[in-house]
Design a protein around this ligand. Structure first.
Ligand SMILES: NC(=O)c1ccc[n+]([C@@H]2O[C@H](COP(=O)([O-])OP(=O)(O)OC[C@H]3O[C@@H](n4cnc5c(N)ncnc54)[C@H](O)[C@@H]3O)[C@@H](O)[C@H]2O)c1
Length: 123
């Protein structure tokens, strides 16, 4: 297993079901062979970067119950319902309060509460 020294640093904006699959997938496939067939991925190794070289550096959301949690916990928070297929250990990546912009979508608005407080200083 070769290790790439440089990482692909990723900030997640919206810790929903796609993000849950993504975070779990990086954990689940960290030991995949370069030539393995992984559903949803064209290549396990792209230009020398393996999926395990993805490093989550920041995360943002706008709903109560996700903001303030570690990313590893927020991926399981209501109303996410992605299948659990990997155990994700504490990542040291707190979900910060993102900017709500034009509001929460009309369907999501019925099932979540906006997180209190102002937008975190992202820069
Ligand atoms: N699920 C799929 O199969 C799929 C496929 C293709 C594309 N998409 C697209 O990907 C995106 C995410 O899909 P999903 O299924 O994870 O949705 P989701 O509703 O599970 O997650 C969206 C997340 O974004 C958060 N959010 C809403 N407004 C925000 C803001 N202003 N700042 C930060 N976070 C905010 C929500 O609180 C929620 O946690 C959507 O745009 C969707 O259309 C989804």
């Amino acid at each position: 297993m070769t290790m790439q020294e440089s990482k692909v640093r990723v900030a997640v904006i919206g810790v929903g079901n796609c993000a849950s699959s993504f975070v779990q997938g990086v954990e689940f496939y960290k030991g995949a062979r370069d030539d393995a067939e992984v559903p949803g991925l064209m290549h396990v190794n792209l230009g020398g970067y393996h999926t395990r070289d993805i490093e989550f550096s920041a995360a943002f959301d706008v709903v109560a119950g996700k903001v303030g949690l570690d990313l590893s916990a927020a991926i399981w928070a209501h109303p996410n319902n992605t299948t659990r297929f990997a155990e994700v250990l504490e990542m040291g990546v707190p979900v910060q309060r993102g900017m709500t912009h034009d509001g929460i979508g009309k369907y999501l608005d019925k099932v979540v509460k906006k997180a209190p407080g102002p937008t975190d200083n992202i820069v």
